[in-house]
Every structure is written in structure tokens, then in C-alpha cells.
Design a protein around this ligand. Sequence first.
Ligand code: 3BY
Ligand code: FES
Ligand code: FE
Length: 421
Amino acid sequence: MKLLNNVCDQTSSREEMADQLQTRDRFLSLPQPFYNSPAYFKHDMEEVFYKEWIMAGVVSEIPKKGNYFTIQIGDNPIMVVRGAEGKIDAFYNVCRHRGSRLCTQHRGKTAKLVCPYHKWTYELDGKLLYAGSEMGDGFDMAKFSLKKVHVRTGGGFIFVCLADEPPAFDAFLATLDEYLEPYDMENTKVAVETHIVEKCNWKLVIENNRECYHCDGSHPELLRTLLEWDDTNDPRADQAFKDHVARKEAEWEEEKIPYHHVSAGLRNRIVRMPLAEGTVSMTMDGKSGSTKLMGRIKNPDLGSMRILHLPNSWNHCMGDHLITFRVLPLGPQETLVTTKWLVHKDAVEGVDYDPENLRKVWDATNDQDRVLAEENQQGINSRAYEPGPYSKTYEFGVINFIDWYCERVLDNMGKEVPEKY
Ligand code: 3BY
Ligand code: FES
Ligand code: FE
């Protein structure tokens, strides 16, 4: 009976969720259950995180054959493996014997993939190689390869998709290749990596990142170098800002550094914006955090190229280092935010860069954003919460994100998507 009730609850909450998405006012924040209901969280995982392309990591985390890293997407442990000839594969990190997780480390190197339980052993391409001698005569090893997950790379970023038929992605991957060419991402390394568990729904993390309405007063370290507006069309942008952008763009043009804004629907957005006058990197003093610049870059002053990938990543690419942010939901009110600071692979710690210096601004900013998002969650959980109005100038990024989310959930559910999205 309990099971039947659960199934009914899932079905009715799905209908309720779809109905709310279809009828809501797009200029108001989402209704409460989108941020705290376990049933809605399940639907988010099924319709967004199990169907869309998810940013998993970067190629330089697995530079050599046998290198792997693991990530958890909802209930699904996934591993991303570098195999022969540099090929990158992704699999469910689930043994085909009785289902144990195979790789238990966050990152590692191995010749073969060996299950810790009964030692079934797989080739790096997922083929089962060894299952002991106990499986009987008719046992067909070929039927027990690891289950593959779709994986693609673009500009050095690795994306995975758990859908049977992933959404089209080629055009954006080609754009990433073009825009990241100066950075030579294969020849970078992770200088610093942090993992923060935020006590809030994943959408509150992304919403917070999509506006700078909160920056003034909240982010003193970030605002030493970040200019709030990321578009010269922004109604708030003044002439001095427009002139500053034009001067920098002329330099980038000269050096063949891509800077034109591009987007792929609302899902992806790339903009290169100058940093504050006289600063070149997101450090406390605005100077380069690594004296060895990335890739073929000669001019440290490339501003910051911001790359958005919905539902789960934003990035800042500067001349000397690149910061990548990955968001993975853990529960209705719990989200993992992983931040990696990448530098040139030959940059020497203590000589070319000081990790403490590199991480300072975004450690502070991440923590400030964590508090804001957690406070947001606490208020939303109250009976007093009702959807509140977005500012169309300051919060257009949030409107865009929520529009994308609504459209994707409805479409992936097989429901009618209203014109407004
Ligand atoms: O810098 C970022 O990644 C975003 C963009 C606007 C505010 N926020 C801190
Ligand atoms: Fe993997 Fe048994 S579960 S070898
Ligand atoms: Fe912020």
C-alpha cells in the first residue's frame, strides 16, 4: 500500500509541478516546493540532471591513459576515464556482477578497472576482462561490459549526459574549442580544488550566480577586480565602461583572442569582459596569480571570459589562470559546489604561483554566496514565503535561467511548453 501511495504521490506531484510551470508568472520567483519538496527534487533530477548535458570536469584532470575521476549525479555514480590513444569514455561506476561501485576514489590512475567486491576486472574501455573461474561454462563475458554514459569534450571541458538520446550539443562544443584555443587546456593542471556543501537547493546556487544585484555590500574581494555589468547593452552601463570595453576589445582583436558574445539559446553564454582598470586577474591585488600565462597567451590582461553552462557550471577564464565551478545537487536542500583553479601545467608552485594567493578572492566569494543562498533557503521554507518579483534590469540572468529551467522541465516531461518560455 505504501509503495502504491508513493507511486501516486510521484505522479500527482509531477502533474502539479508541470501545472505550476505552465501557469506561473515568469517575472516572479518559483513557488516554494521547487526549492524544498523531495518529490520536486526527484523530478528535477529526472528531467534536468538525467537528461541534459552536465559539466563533469576538465581534460587535464585525466591527462594520461588510466587516469579517471568520479562524480555523482543524483543516485548515479559515474566515472570518466582516459583510455588508449587519449580517448575519454564515461561509464556508470557500477559493477555488472552484483552492482558494487567500482572506483571509490575521487580521482586516480589504474591499469584496469577492478571491482573491490569480487574482483571482476574491466578494460579501460569498459569491456569485462576477468570474472574469475566461478561463473560457469555458458558465461558470456561480452554481455557484461560497463554501461556507457554519453561523453563529449569542448575546449577542454568534459560533459556527460545520462539520457538515451542526448540533446544536440555539437555547435556549442565547436564554439568552446574556438574560444578556449588560446588556453591549451590539455596542458593545464589543477592548482587548487575546493568542495563546499551548501545547505540549499541547487537552483538557489545558480540563481545567486546569475545576478550581481547582491554584489555590492556582499563581495568586497570580488569587486576589487570584477565589473558588475557583463554587457555593453546593459541599461546601467555608462560611457566610461563602454570606452573601457572598446579599448580592450581592440587589443584582443590584435592578439586574436576571441571576445564576441555568443550564446546557445539560454543554456550557454560566453562573454569576455575587461576587469577593473589596472587589474588583470581575480586576485586580491588584481595582479596575475601565476606569472606563467596560460597556453599561447602573451598579454596577461584578457579580462575574464565568462562561460555559462546550464544547469550546472560557470567559469572565469583569465590570462594567467582559469576558475571552473561545478554544481551538483545532493538533496532538495543540499548542493555540492566544486571549484578548481587551473594554471599552465609547467607553472611551478611557490615560484610561478602561490595557491593561497590564487584562491583568496573566490574562497571568500564562494563563502559569501553560500551564506546568501542558505539564508535564501531558510526564508523560502517559511509559511510566509510567496514568489517575489524579479528586477528586469538587475536580475535578467535569473529570469533567463528560470525560463530555461521551466522550458526544459516541461519539454522533457512531454508537456506543452507555453509561448512565454
Ligand atoms: O562573477 C560571477 O561569476 C557572477 C556573475 C555576476 C555575479 N557573480 C559573482
Ligand atoms: Fe563487482 Fe561482485 S559486485 S565483482
Ligand atoms: Fe555572489
